[in-house]
Design a binder for this molecule. Structure first.
Ligand code: ZN
Length: 348
């Protein structure tokens, strides 16, 4: 099971059947070319696997049948979760963001999930307004093919803040995990130390942002208030987490009076509530992966992902396939199946 697959619009016009007249006119009259972001610059070697660049074909990841063939048929994966990175969250107009979120979810349902029952998707939400986001979760979650809510590691504030709790309440109510993916809004510098100059600096710094968000979610009491909620850190790497867990536990022992609702060691909460996708894998080979699982203190946290169509030049699936049988099965499938509400069925 592949928990991080990206799909894309070939053109903003694909959303027009799902936007009401006002927002369709808004896009057309202003001549807006679409809402693509520059999270993955087109010419960057990381953005698209070279074999997916088809000069005479559609842009990568825009054709459902091709994506299903690439991520399911060719790999033997039985299920893939689509995570839409269209630029909803960076925009300042929360009403446009809400309209686009609804349109994207309807587009996902009709153009992708209906095409192949092996595809699942994350719900796109306008995190600019948590009330509207929760409403979108309630509207969309009835379709069993939506198995998760998608958020981003850079938002307007830390993800533990009560501002976002209506989103968490809705997700928990529907039994859906919250995915946290790199990038997001541009309201703050792209590193905690200030603005980076280059793409590599920004991409490396994503791990620092994940670090800050895990601490925020634990310390602000999200996990005490929503005990059934789970977070899936996508495309975050994983090697940074064991040192954070160690340091967090150590400092919690001395500073826990700040957060009396954190009633157990942070590492225990992290093991229970957080999962991590494997791409890009930032450890080397099966031995490195075994060491990482040992350091995490849990064999239930890692979920296989390809991050299609991105290209990380990492050891990837080869390291997972080299694990002992029981661990391999957990990472490739068992851990994800224990997490996601797949028994609600695919699109119907
Ligand atoms: Zn990704």
């Amino acid at each position: 099971m592949d928990v991080d697959v990206h799909h894309d619009l070939a053109a903003v016009e694909e959303l027009f059947p799902y936007l009401d007249a006002h927002w369709r006119d808004y896009v057309v009259e202003r001549g807006l070319p679409g809402f693509d972001t520059n999270y993955y610059p087109q010419a960057s070697p990381m953005s698209v696997r070279p074999d997916l660049l088809r000069p005479d074909g559609p842009p990568p990841a825009t054709d459902p049948a091709t994506v299903a063939a690439d991520v399911l048929d060719r790999t033997g994966s039985s299920t893939a979760i689509l995570n839409c990175l269209y630029g909803v969250q960076p925009m300042q107009n929360e009403y446009l963001a809400a309209a686009l979120s609804s349109a994207l979810n309807d587009w996902q349902r009709e153009r992708w999930l209906a095409v192949d029952p092996r595809l699942r998707a994350s719900i796109v939400v306008p995190t600019q307004n948590a009330e509207l986001a929760a409403r979108e979760i309630d509207r969309t979650a009835a379709d069993g093919a939506f198995v998760q809510v998608l958020m981003f590691v850079r938002d307007r504030m830390q993800l533990g803040k009560r501002f976002f709790w209506p989103i968490y309440e809705a997700a928990e109510r529907h039994g859906l995990p919250i995915a946290v993916h790199p990038f997001g809004s541009f309201n703050h510098p792209n590193t905690p130390a200030g603005w980076a100059s280059t793409y590599i600096e920004e991409y490396v710094a994503q791990a620092q942002l994940f670090h800050a968000q895990v601490v925020s979610i634990v310390c602000q009491g999200v996990l005490a208030r929503f005990p059934e909620l789970r977070f899936v850190l996508l495309e975050s790497g994983a090697s940074w987490l064991p040192p954070l867990m160690w340091r967090f536990d150590k400092d919690w022992k001395g500073l826990r009076h700040d957060t009396p609702w954190v009633d157990r060691a942070p590492s225990d909460l992290i093991r229970r509530h957080f999962r991590l996708a494997t791409a890009p894998l930032d450890v080397e080979g099966p031995d490195g992966l075994l060491r990482l699982i040992d350091q995490l203190g849990s064999d239930e946290m890692l979920l296989y992902s390809s991050d299609y169509p991105h290209h990380h030049h990492d050891p990837g699936v080869g390291s997972v396939l080299g694990l002992p049988d029981d661990l391999r099965q957990k990472v490739l499938s068992g851990n994800a199946r224990a997490l996601y509400p797949l028994d609600r069925g695919g699109h119907r």
